[in-house]
Design a binder for this molecule. Sequence first.
Ligand code: GLU
Length: 488
Amino acid sequence: MANSSTREVRTRFAPSPTGDLHVGNIRTALFAWAYARHCSGKLIFRVEDTDRERVTDEYIARAIETLKWLGIDWDEGPEVGGEHGPYLQSQRLDVYKHWADIFIKNGDAYHCYCSTEELEKRRDKQRELNQAPGYDGKCRELTSGEIEAFIGQGRAPVVRMRMPDGETTFNDLIRGEVSFEHKYVPDFVLMRADGSPLYTLAVAVDDVLMKITHVLRGEDLLSSTPRQIRVYQAMGVKTDEFPIFAHLPFVMGQDNAKLSKRNGEVSIAWYRESGFLPEAICNYLALLGWSPGDDREDISMSELVELFVLERVNSSPARFDMKKLEAINGEKIRKLTLDDFLSRALPFLLKDGVVSGKDEELTVLRQALPIIQERIARMNEVSAMLKFLFTDELFFDQEASAALSNEQAKAVIAKSLEVLQGVDDWSHGAIEAKLREALIDQMALKPRLAFSPVRIAVTGSHISPPLFESMELLGKQRCISRLKAAVS
Ligand code: GLU
């Protein structure tokens, strides 16, 4: 059984960025990071980009940027380097070839000349006979004459690993003892005919050469483990030096189906643009399949590091819950200092064209942000909430104009105009007192009917920060002229 107690813990995050990193990737990265940090070990970031048609430089750059944004740092990998590099698999092709050659030389692997059509035919036959589909070992023991004949036909061979009879058993730190009978793990391809490596070869060779002690990854890769262990054996790694596996439970959508675009599996870039804070994403994903041992829902990165043990990773699937993530995001927003809130809000306000970054705008924002901090769940709500402060012309949508056009609304606005003109101390307290007296005491209106027309008239929307504070911020003159515009 693998024994890691004396080794420095080295985990890795090894994505194949064929698109932007998504919830599942990041949960894996976060757990690998937290485990490495908890054990005072190292996190290695390796890019599995042997499929250069699908993994682009742009996706790699975005993956790096996303991890940094989330606060997940690595000790070896792109940008930081390290003694076991390069950390892009596309730059290690000679390493994989070197090992494939050794495996052939030692008889652990062999050249296989079967064509795709032949394999397909034989697989159909296996299906017909109800046999487990997979390579039947045809090229395992070719004579030199047979090899020459194949070469004569112009066939280029793949390199295939010989899977001995028996079974592979390993102790997964999350799932316990796992066994695979080799009759269900047929001889597998390590290298294509063009010399490019397959995932199983590259991942296993790199985990060994990069001295990985713990492989934390998604449960979907569980079934590739016996093949990887076979590669370790062929490399001559001693059993007690194999990496230890910890396969993380699936993340399911709300509907109990595996997470996909439809039920939440969207890129982290999307969450970022939608106003989720990195600390909220990490907080939420940390609790997705892991628990600190109590029912807390608020956890910081440093607490995660302190408390992260694999024994507390759940073996059953976790369910992704967007509402919960949003609630956590709201909580994190409320905790921001004003400076922090401002600097995180600013990119959204700039992008939406609400402000251009002038000093006087920043002054207004410093006054306005505290009054919305309790009210938003995502940072991208800031623009809609505050744009009334930075525009001279309000835009009323259909709903808003309709709400202003009935007789009662007109009467409310006319009355408000009349009483507000006499207010000299333009503070929210004074505004509130005047409007309550006029609309609620004198006109006998319910608060909603009283204040809603005023809110729409001055902010352009029925969703806004608290009304009286908004009016104070907007200033008397602008409030009066907006009320006037609304009556006409
Ligand atoms: N590169 C693989 C993927 O993104 C993961 C490799 C591994 O964790 O073993 O699916």
